[in-house]
Design a protein. Structure first.
Length: 168
């Protein structure tokens, strides 16, 4: 005869009658969502015409920066960031235009340690060539819509090696 510990026996006694009465099987706990999820919403499309891209980026207290790029290929992605989740230090093959749909994202320039907060309803540009990180800084899920210019034909939209920068 097998003897169950008291806790196991109590659970069996309570669970079995519930199954018999309701006919339901206890649900399995759902796994937590990934900290950061990137869903490509469009194919990686090429421009049939000759297109060049120029962005003028000016942050408070800094000089205007001009970014010229050959957009070649672009893709639009939805990025879902769980509260507190942080992107690893990275760059991109080309510029990125980001719309913050919900929540809040804090963009961190690791060279200056400057943090820029972007709440829902704002947009920002990323030159692509500068190493950076960002994190979900609100208590709710942050959703971003990002247009990546100069995207590779396949593979990741971020470049993690080698990123040279200082540590904040």
């Amino acid at each position: 005869m097998r003897v169950l510990p008291f806790a196991a026996l109590s659970a069996a006694v309570v669970t079995l009658p519930l199954i018999a009465v309701s006919g339901a099987v206890p649900s399995v706990a759902q796994s937590a969502p990934p900290p950061i999820l990137v869903e490509e919403l469009t194919p990686r499309s090429s421009f049939p015409d000759r297109v060049s891209l120029q962005l003028r980026i000016k942050h408070d207290g800094q000089p205007t920066r001009v970014v010229r790029a050959d957009p070649s290929r672009m893709v639009v992605a939805r990025i879902t960031v769980q509260p507190g989740a942080q992107f690893p230090l990275h760059t991109h093959p080309g510029p990125v235009v980001v719309n913050v749909v919900s929540g809040e994202l804090t963009y961190v320039d690791p060279d200056s340690c400057e943090e820029r907060v972007y709440p829902a309803g704002t947009a920002f540009t990323d030159s692509g060539s500068d190493g950076h990180t960002a994190y979900g800084s609100s208590s709710q899920v942050t959703e971003l819509m990002a247009t990546f210019f100069g995207a590779p034909a396949t593979g990741p939209l971020t470049v993690r090696e080698p990123v040279q920068t200082t540590t904040c």
